[in-house]
Write a protein that binds this ligand. Structure first.
Ligand code: TMP
Length: 237
């Protein structure tokens, strides 16, 4: 596997071409942003944690029937993934009210839902990632109806897996964001990452936040939270 030119630099990762047109290398940074890039910072060691945690979870998800982009971990920060075209939707699954949901609907953080919710945001920084529904996504050719159905089915499967995995770790899965991609043959697979950047994870006993909200909300102890949640994940993998 030969690493070639950088194709893209995002807020938290860089993406490189390889000598295989079907494969890319992602490199995880310690950079953190919030509020569409308005808040910037560094979470020391985050890239290593997010790379390793995401790879571990995606391998387990593959085993439980959710196809992912994961191919091979190259190093602490670098992973080979399948090349996909990203479906420009942030797919958000919630088990408990928090964040933008609580704000939008005036519901206290911590309200436990009877069943999980799925929502989409249109991935478009210029528009501020607006909430979008299935009809709108289909109307503007973001995805087909079948693709949206597949994405929802996988997202709920991921939720069931992650909920029970984090429970074993003494962590409550509040909500998370997924991104899906399409391979050259049109197959929908899970892409991007699953990490404390993209999940809300609360200590099951104390309710302490063990995720990026510590950075977003200036709660302190950001690195310690990432390290603690990683330690627990590795203990129960
Ligand atoms: P929200 O409550 O701010 O909409 O966030 C829902 C979940 O999605 C939460 O676990 C954090 C995650 N998330 C991202 O991964 N990226 C983002 O850009 C945003 C806004 C949220």
């Amino acid at each position: 596997m030969e690493k070639r030119e950088q194709l893209y630099e995002g807020k938290a990762k860089k993406v490189y071409a390889t000598d295989n047109p079907e494969l890319l290398i992602v490199s995880y940074k310690d950079d953190a942003t919030a509020f569409n890039g308005l808040k910037k910072g560094t979470i020391s060691g985050k890239g290593v944690i997010n790379n390793q945690m995401s790879n571990m979870l995606m391998q387990k998800l593959e085993e439980s029937g959710v196809p992912t982009h994961f191919v091979e971990e190259l190093s602490e920060r670098e992973t080979v993934v399948k090349r996909v075209s990203i479906v420009p939707l942030e797919v958000i699954v919630r088990n408990i009210a928090a964040g933008s949901f609580s704000k939008r609907y005036g519901v206290p953080e911590g309200k436990v839902f009877e069943k999980p919710t799925v929502e989409f945001s249109y991935k478009n920084d210029d528009l501020g990632d607006p909430l979008i529904n299935d009809y709108h996504a289909i109307a503007i050719d973001i995805a087909t109806e079948t693709e949206i159905e597949t994405i929802k089915e996988y997202a709920l499967k991921v939720n069931e897996f992650l909920k029970s995995f984090w429970k074993k770790c003494g962590v409550t899965l509040v909500d998370f964001k997924l991104e899906f991609g399409k391979t050259s043959d049109g197959t929908i697979i899970l892409a991007d990452e699953i990490s404390p950047d993209t999940c809300r994870l609360w200590d099951s006993k104390t309710g302490e936040k063990l995720d990026k909200d510590r950075f977003r909300r200036d709660l302190g102890g950001v690195e310690d939270a990432y390290t603690e949640v990683m330690r627990r994940a590795m203990e129960h993998k």
